[in-house]
Design a protein around this ligand. Structure first.
Ligand code: PLP
Length: 462
């Protein structure tokens, strides 16, 4: 980035060639839709949504080059040309030696968990992610959170709230022994903490400790490029390095990775499992045929793999990430200015409203984040989602809810999709809801699915 451009706004490094029309709804229509959806924004129909901040997963706008790539899909069952393009992109930008495509991130999580975790194992990680932890538990492991305590405090401004507390890991090794810990599950740009990065220094310390004990590091690299951007902004010695080189350095400190390419990598569907160890690769290539498809397509069409290969290249570009994170910060700063309680520092992929502080009159068992997401939709047709007690689920041994410290509503920003004016509307709506917050009542859960309940649970007003 040259010196002159540093002063300029984060404006998008692309222009718009095709648009998708949005439907505007009335308050009455939204009220009906919300009741029909059991106050769960996951159960709304997309046609009833105006600005969709439910998730940044699979919702990116692909570039003209990616769409062109779709046209050169080699739909051979085995050995598709696009597979080799994807493999080359993973090797070039991430540095992992072997790559197996999967239909999305959880496909990779399933395979790595089944291969590496034995009954009774401990899997430490820097805060849980819903699907990741579930696969670890289904494989017989127990997830243990070893993120630094600052991550659980929405107002703590630590620049790297995704860091691992090395002492917590050391004490786990002491208690259980390294043999019971197949790997440490390390996420970059920790989703559940509010899109908070891990520092390179912390990763290096973690690498040193795990090498000493023969413990592997499996990297959840879903948002690695956003993490790299924060390292460039905040960590000493990285200001003049490119996002590309930082991404590669992060990956070099880990043994393998699961990727949901629906996030950073700018595609609507896809993921992969990557690793450096040949024996592990052989085992995973065998397992993938059971759950996903042959190891050269893993549940994806050739065209999907091509779009992913191109998306990876675009995702590690400094100008792209600067605008991506810039837009998130734009919305976050607007909300901070209006005194809305959000998680700080502002994260990489979205804004996280602190529902406990937004609705202090509600108990956590009244699902404050769930009801706040519903109220925001009712006000403006903006769809957000809960990341609190509903997402956290239940303890598999005691059957009680997990009571996470963070009770959040996530406003996730899709990549290259919405404009600054859309962000203004979102901020206006949240301010409106904030002004009327005292009138908001809690919810009761009326239907609770067994797995990942936040997707399909239903509620009514209590
Ligand atoms: C989305 C996500 C996953 C799961 O990926 P899917 O593609 O949705 O299966 C795993 N980890 C993190 C951090 C994610 O955000």
């Amino acid at each position: 980035m040259d010196r002159k451009r540093k002063k300029r706004s984060w404006a998008e490094p692309y222009k718009i060639k095709m648009v998708e029309l949005l439907k505007m709804t009335s308050y009455e229509e939204r009220k009906k839709a919300l009741e029909h959806a059991g106050y769960n924004t996951f159960l709304l129909r997309s046609r009833d949504v105006y600005i969709d901040l439910l998730t940044d997963s699979g919702t990116s706008a692909m570039s003209d080059r990616q769409w062109a790539g779709m046209m050169v899909g080699d739909e051979a069952y085995a050995g598709s040309e696009n597979f080799y393009h994807l493999e080359a992109a993973v090797q070039k930008y991430y540095g992992y030696r072997y790559m197996i495509p999967t239909h999305q991130g959880r496909g990779a999580e399933n395979i790595i968990s089944k291969i590496m975790i034995k009954q009774g194992d401990i899997v430490p990680g820097n805060m849980y992610f819903t699907t990741t932890r579930l696969h670890q538990e289904l494989a017989g492991g127990t997830f243990v959170d070893i993120i630094i305590d600052e991550a659980h405090d929405s107002q703590n401004t630590h620049p790297f709230k995704g860091n691992v507390n090395i002492e917590k890991l050391e004490s786990l090794i002491k208690i259980y022994g390294a043999k019971k810990i197949p790997y440490v599950s390390v996420a970059t740009s920790v989703n559940m903490a509010g899109g908070q990065p891990i520092s390179m220094e912390n990763l290096r310390e973690l690498r040193a400790l795990t090498l000493k004990h023969g413990i592997k590091i499996i990297h959840d690299m879903t948002r690695v490029a956003e993490n790299a951007w924060f390292i460039k902004q905040r960590e000493k010695g990285y200001q003049n390095k490119s996002v590309k080189s930082i991404v590669k350095e992060i990956c070099s400190l880990t043994d393998g990775a699961t990727m949901s390419a629906k996030k950073d990598a700018l595609v609507n569907i896809g993921g992969f499992l990557a690793m450096n160890d040949k024996a592990l690769y052989d085992e995973a290539s065998n397992m993938v045929v059971v759950y996903e498809g042959l190891h050269t397509y893993g549940g994806l069409a050739g065209r999907d793999m091509e779009a992913m290969a191109i998306g990876i290249t675009e995702s590690v570009d400094d100008d792209h990430i600067r605008a991506r994170v810039g837009q998130v910060e734009y919305l976050g700063n607007k909300l901070l200015h209006a005194k809305i309680p959000i998680v700080i520092p502002i994260g990489g992929h979205g804004i996280f409203i602190d529902a406990k502080r937004f609705l202090p009159h509600l108990k956590q068992t009244q699902f404050p984040a769930q009801v706040l997401a519903a109220e925001i939709y009712l006000d403006s047709g903006v769809r957000t989602m809960e990341r609190g007690i509903v997402s956290a689920g239940r303890n598999k041994d005691t059957g009680d809810h997990y009571y996470p410290e963070l009770e959040l509503v996530r406003l996730t920003i899709s990549r290259r999709v919405y404009t600054q004016a859309h962000m203004d509307v979102v901020a206006e709506s949240i301010q409106e809801v904030f002004q009327n917050r005292k009138k908001i009542r809690g919810l009761k859960m009326t239907y609770e699915p067994k797995y990942l309940r936040f997707f399909q649970a239903r509620f009514k007003k209590s």
